[in-house]
Design a protein around this ligand. Structure first.
Ligand code: PLP
Length: 406
């Protein structure tokens, strides 16, 4: 395997050659969705040209081929996140779908008065499903606060955890602040009171090595599109015994063993949680994205990205009036900021005119915006295919935008 070389890796991502408004694209919106390497795009075409049929229920050649490729993708996911068995991998539509599955199914096993602990930096998809569950079953939602520097107020954790806590559901890496949370420590503390832990790995799956057994999390969810795979596919990892104990989320084809009008028995896990025809090409492409990551010098890629993240923060500090929203000691290459009292969307529009894609707004974390008393932020979120030169160009473009608006 060759050492990581950003200029070589960029050749794998055709979209990076695009121009936007006549300028070379600088894609700093990887937190919202990552770009796709050629081999992932080609894998989808190959599947539809040579392998497509429905999975799991055919006796013919193509059904067998599609099923094999789909189940091989499940194995690839299990291997990549360190699960001991593909039976612990449920294919979902994405992070949101994974959290809703757990909130509904695991939620069915809880009783009125049980507590759910989330944090103040959660994406709406890790807030609303729990609120719905609380309303449905009389549970209580508690929130671990966020400090001014964008870290969790861990001093309050012991106070908020109790034997009433059924589950702690938290983000591994904040999509808005870039903070990397000390999840191992939180998982240990939650387990000490008998609570389960769900990790929202939507933003960590692309940036950090993940091993579910080393972390000892009970559930972990992520979206394929954040990790170089297509939209519409995601993963719910859950410990085998938990999946066995939870009722299905949806009923339908594929998730059953036997159906009579009197009673239905369910397929073994993970199929019990995959009702209906799944996103077969998406799952296969997700497996291909992990095969791609395993084929490159991933530690070298992580190191390059860490260098980019540090360089971005350093260069941003040179710009007068810049305020970071969240400045935790441990962050990944995502940075939210404001400049004086300029509106984030004005800055975003002027950056776009210079070919630069950043995201502006509340980033689906409105409670965090309320806490910081801001309407939104500008967010630059990097991936390992970004370069130091792109950061320099971004800084120049930002300075130009500030001058125009001032
Ligand atoms: N959680 C976090 C931390 C995210 O960043 C996102 C997407 O931005 C989600 C959840 C929701 O992901 P999806 O819309 O792919 O379900």
């Amino acid at each position: 395997m060759l050492p990581f070389d950003v200029h070589e890796i960029r050749k794998d991502f055709p979209i990076l050659l695009e121009s936007v408004h006549g300028k070379p694209l600088i894609y700093f919106d990887n937190g919202a969705s990552s770009q796709k390497p050629t081999r992932v795009i080609d894998r989808i075409t190959h599947y539809y040209e040579h392998e497509h049929s429905n999975v799991h229920r055919g006796v013919h050649y193509l059904s067998f081929t599609a099923t094999q490729a789909y189940e091989a993708a499940r194995q690839a996911v299990a291997r990549f996140i360190g699960s001991s068995t593909p039976q612990e991998i449920v294919f979902t539509k994405g992070t949101t779908d994974g959290i809703n599955t757990v909130a509904y199914s695991f939620g069915e096993t809880l009783k009125a008065g049980d507590e759910i602990l989330i944090t103040g930096m959660e994406h709406h998809s890790n807030i609303v499903p729990w609120q719905l569950l609380c309303e449905r079953r009389g549970l209580i939602l508690k929130v671990l606060p966020v400090l001014e520097n964008g870290t969790l107020d861990l001093a309050k954790l012991d106070h908020l955890l109790s034997e009433r806590t059924a589950i702690v559901s938290l983000v591994h890496v904040s999509n808005t602040l870039g903070t990397v949370n000390p999840v191992k420590e939180i998982i240990e503390k939650a387990h000490a009171v008998g609570a389960k832990v769900l990790l929202d790995a939507a933003q960590s799956i692309q940036h950090l090595p993940i091993n579910v057994q080393a972390l000892d999390c009970d559930f972990l969810v992520f979206s394929g599109h954040k990790v170089f795979a297509p939209t519409g596919i995601g993963v719910l990892y859950a410990k085998h015994a938990l999946l066995e104990s939870m009722p299905p989320y949806q009923g339908g084809g594929d998730m059953i063993e036997r159906v009579t009008f009197e009673k239905t028995t369910y397929a073994p896990v993970p199929l019990k949680f995959e009702a209906g025809t799944p996103n077969i090409s998406g799952a296969i492409a997700l497996g291909e994205a992990f095969a791609f990551l395993e084929s490159i010098d991933l530690p070298g890629a992580y190191e390059h990205e860490a260098t980019l993240g540090k360089y971005l923060r350093l260069r941003m500090k040179e710009i007068p009036g810049v305020r970071f929203i969240g400045d935790a000691p441990e962050t990944c290459s995502t940075l939210s900021f404001l400049v004086g009292n300029l509106h984030p969307s004005d800055l975003g529009t002027l950056l776009d005119q210079q070919g630069i894609a950043v995201r502006t707004g509340h980033h689906c974390t409105q409670p965090l915006m309320t806490q910081f008393q801001i309407p939104g932020t500008v967010r630059a979120s990097l991936a390992f295919y970004n370069t130091l030169k792109e950061i320099d160009n971004f800084i120049h473009a930002l300075e130009r935008a500030i001058k125009l608006l001032a």
